[in-house]
Design a protein around this ligand. Sequence first.
Ligand code: ZN
Length: 141
Amino acid sequence: MLKNIKPSKTFIGKLSHGMDLLEELTALCIKENITLGRIEGIGAVQKARVGYYNQAEREYQFIEFNSHLEITNLEGNVSIKDNKPFVHAHVTLADEKGNAFGGHLAQGTVIFACEIILHAFEGLELTRSYDDVTGLPLWQD
Ligand code: ZN
């Protein structure tokens, strides 16, 4: 079910070198009090850690890349989980040969450089809670 929301503020900027990408995005949302939003970004990472959700086992498997990679796409959203802003983002990363791979952005991804645009919305409080069917913390209807 889709819901109508309105744009409120848009932020643009770069994230700090050497910091954790997911933690930086979350900290930014908390600082700016963004509880509903969209994140887009490009840049590069010093190393990466992404999740793949094993649907049969209903748990994330994590993949680590200990190499320098381009962020060819970072796309995510912001909603509320456990009464705090929560960032859910996916990344596509490319290596020195242009091979791309990616997954669910996890802690352990270290920024080399990252430019983001963060769109904040208003008009809805969107909260995540445990979903029995998938085992994931999904948006409540
Ligand atoms: Zn995900």
